[in-house]
Design a protein around this ligand. Structure first.
Ligand SMILES: [Zn+2]
Ligand SMILES: [Zn+2]
Length: 260
């Protein structure tokens, strides 16, 4: 079984702890190093015990604590070379381990498959983590879901998926200038609730037990709206067996853990 704990989700920071067998890994480090270290210690997985930190991309809401965590101990950081290059420009030194997007690799007991996603970063990826017969996909920060993303994730047991915004709420938002709205809505921006629902309908199978909704916009989305859109689609496509969680929302306080 893979134990997945969502430590943080959203534009203020993203970080996920995954444990299987004897291995603990962190996927993204978007909180401060101090906050991450405290959360990991509470979960009896001190930062020093991590076998690796995997990065989806270099944006600050995914890497805020990386420099601090790596300054304390040489935790291996698994990323592709272009993502590392942009972080190095920001003066982050780390014990880099490079993967090529599309080529699976092993970290301890985890088999990890990174795949490219369309987003406005250097070389952004999603991941499928596998351990024994369990599989868990991580898919945040993507403007749309092309065929290769659907193919990479179809049949997984659980998925953490971005449901960033409700399109109507975003269009009517008065805080964001037009250029920012265009960036979010673009094919290299973020997934709307409806786009997330359509994606789930494509990868749903009898094996899909959990959908964790992530990276919700505070102003342009609401947990009940996102969850409702996904549940409606799951039911309409005969996938009522799949549970939908919205970590951080009422009833799902952070950190939020599931077994996959
Ligand atoms: Zn992000
Ligand atoms: Zn991003």
């Amino acid at each position: 079984m893979i134990h997945v704990t969502i430590l943080a989700s959203g534009s203020s920071g993203n970080a996920i702890l995954a444990k299987a067998g004897d291995t603990s890994i962190l996927i993204d480090a978007g909180l401060s190093a101090k906050r991450l270290s405290a959360l990991l210690a509470d979960l009896e997985t001190p930062a020093e015990s991590l076998e690796g930190i995997l990065l989806t991309h270099e944006h600050i809401d995914h890497t805020r604590g990386l420099k601090g965590l790596c300054a304390k101990k040489a935790i291996p950081v698994f990323t592709n070379p272009l993502t590392a290059d942009s972080l190095r420009k920001g003066d982050t030194q780390a014990h880099w381990h490079f993967f090529a997007s599309g080529a699976a690799f092993q970290v301890g007991d985890f088999n990890i498959h990174p795949f490219s996603v369309p987003h406005d970063a250097a070389d952004p990826v999603g991941f499928v983590l596998r351990y024994e017969s369990s599989s868990f996909a991580i898919l945040t920060d993507l403007g749309h879901a092309p065929r290769q993303v659907v193919n990479a994730t179809r049949g997984v047991n659980a998925v953490l998926l971005e449901a960033n915004h409700d399109e109507a709420l975003l269009q009517n938002d008065t805080k964001r200038p037009w250029s920012v709205k265009q960036r979010i809505l673009s094919r290299h921006g973020h997934l709307s609730n409806q786009a997330a629902a359509n994606f789930i309908a494509e990868i749903a199978s009898p094996a899909l037990r959990h959908v964790l909704l992530a990276h919700l916009s505070e102003d342009c989305n609401a947990p009940a709206l996102a969850t409702g859109t996904i549940l409606e689609k799951l039911q309409a496509t005969g996938n009522g067996h799949t549970q939908v969680h919205c970590p951080g929302a009422e009833g799902f306080p952070l950190p939020h853990t599931i077994g996959v």
